[in-house]
Ligand binder design. Structure first.
Ligand code: 4AD
Ligand code: MG
Length: 431
């Protein structure tokens, strides 16, 4: 028996005999030597199989290996600066678990649609693996950040009787003869939970029937949503700024090699430190017009607008105090200018655009009922929500951070479809 080892930890075993389980990423031969690059989900390892070191059966098996065949190899670990990952294995023994059939994804460029059809296999490639590892760090960083600050994780339901973010993107489903909707956001439940526990968050999948094809929109995406009682807009923005900084630092610390694989400019990420610039919606509109964009006051920013605004700064930028007319019903009106609301979006730098939406919520029952009326919302499904304004209502704020938008920005990928394991898009639910 030799020590079993994953490739990421192979450097701790230089000079020792270890066993690695993995899949064949690439092979090359030169007469008496076979070079097999293995992957095991943690990294790549070059294995050298020499005719002099192994039995004839093993040498023959090595010569027949196909891409993605599953194997178990044992051998001595040596340091080699030229090898991928910096180490290589001189193999003593090799066992083929399964000889793979002709693998569709070759080590060359493929079209995106082909890769999306083969997403279940595409995930095995180094670039995709790096993205998934960064996604893992981002999710962990969100949770660690909030957990360390006394937030309680309280999950929100997925099947809901009412809309949170407007009715245009609702997914409707039949709930034993009644209409139900897939959650667009856990926020309304978060507000109830914040009144129960003070500081809470939910983290889960959310659904929007987005009918447009953009590089920023998924039909199913993951959102982390903190909600805080006794908290105003300014305090809410401060928390966001600290959280984003924490997330980016975590990735820089833990995923240096993955960022390298993705050829990400890490200088841009190192600039992500507080304070982030803050501009009002009015100022953002002026900025757009100064860049020659035609923009009507009162509308929400589209993707091209966000790109222009975020390119004007070298850090993520807050845009705050939006017109009420372009935001959801629950936003607290600005006491000085009631046509505005105390909301803020955070736009990521380098043109990436909105990664967080949030703000202060209406805490007064009469104001809330008035807004719900204006938005023509039915009373019954929201009764419990209005209740929160009857029993110890307090000013409170929160936000939703889109995991995929954040990961796409940190990874520098063009499209959010690459940063979720199985993207749901307009016209795509396979695999
Ligand atoms: O700005 P949104 O719609 O805000 C809310 O849902 C609030 N209820 C959150 C809250 O305050 N608790 O969405 C929040 C974030 C966006 O900034 C974006 O990052 C992401 O969710 N997002 C999407 N990501 C991918 N695909 C989509 N279709 C998205 N829609 C929103
Ligand atoms: Mg938004």
């Amino acid at each position: 028996m030799t020590t079993e080892c994953r490739i990421a930890a192979i450097g701790k075993h230089v000079g020792e005999v270890v066993t690695v389980h993995g899949w064949v990423y690439n092979t090359r031969s030169s007469g008496k030597l076979h070079f097999v690059i293995l992957r095991d989900g943690t990294g790549l390892l070059q294995c050298i199989i020499s005719k002099n070191d192994v039995s004839d059966e093993v040498f023959l098996a090595a010569s027949e290996l196909t891409q993605e065949s599953s194997v178990r190899v044992s051998g001595v670990v040596r340091e080699d600066k030229r090898a991928p990952g910096g180490y290589e294995m001189h193999v003593h023994d090799l066992h083929v678990v399964q000889l793979a059939e002709d693998y569709p994804i070759k080590l060359k460029e493929h079209g995106v649609e082909f890769l999306m059809d083969n997403r279940h296999l595409w995930l095995r490639t180094p670039r995709q693996a790096s993205i998934m590892r960064i996604r893992h760090t981002v999710v962990k960083a969100c949770r660690d950040f909030l957990d360390d600050r006394g937030f309680l994780l309280v999950d929100a339901p997925i099947l809901t009787p009412a809309a949170c973010e407007g009715t245009t993107t609702l997914f409707e489903t039949d709930y034993f003869g009644e209409k139900a909707y897939l959650s667009q956001s856990g926020q309304l439940y978060n507000e109830a939970n914040a009144m129960a526990f003070g500081k809470v968050y939910c983290f889960g999948p959310t659904f929007r029937a987005e009918k447009s094809k953009t590089r920023r929109h998924l039909v199913e995406f993951w959102m982390v949503e903190p909600e805080i009682a006794f908290c105003n807009l300014e305090e809410c923005m401060q928390l966001q700024e600290e959280m984003i900084t924490y997330i980016v630092c975590s990735v820089l610390e833990r995923n240096a090699r993955d960022l390298e694989t993705l050829e990400r400019d890490t200088e841009a990420l190192r600039r992500v430190v507080p304070p982030f610039p803050r501009i009002s919606y009015d100022e953002a509109v002026e900025l757009l017009r100064s860049k020659g964009m035609d923009f009507t006051w009162g509308e929400d920013f589209g993707a091209p607008d966000e790109t222009v605004i975020s390119q004007a700064f070298d850090k993520p930028v807050f845009v705050h105090h939006y017109p009420a007319q372009c935001k959801a019903f629950y936003m607290q009106p600005d006491p000085d200018r009631p046509e505005l609301v105390l909301s803020a979006d955070l736009l990521a730098s380098e043109g990436y655009g909105e990664i967080i939406g949030g703000g202060q919520r209406i805490h007064d029952r009469v104001v809330l009922e008035q807004r719900m009326n204006e938005h023509a919302l039915p009373e019954d499904p929201y009764r419990w929500y209005v209740d929160l304004r009857r029993y110890g209502s307090v000013p409170h704020s929160g936000f939703g951070l889109g995991i995929e938008r954040t990961v796409a920005w940190i990874c520098g990928t063009q499209h959010v479809r690459e940063v979720i394991p199985y993207p749901r898009l307009l016209n795509r639910i396979y695999p």
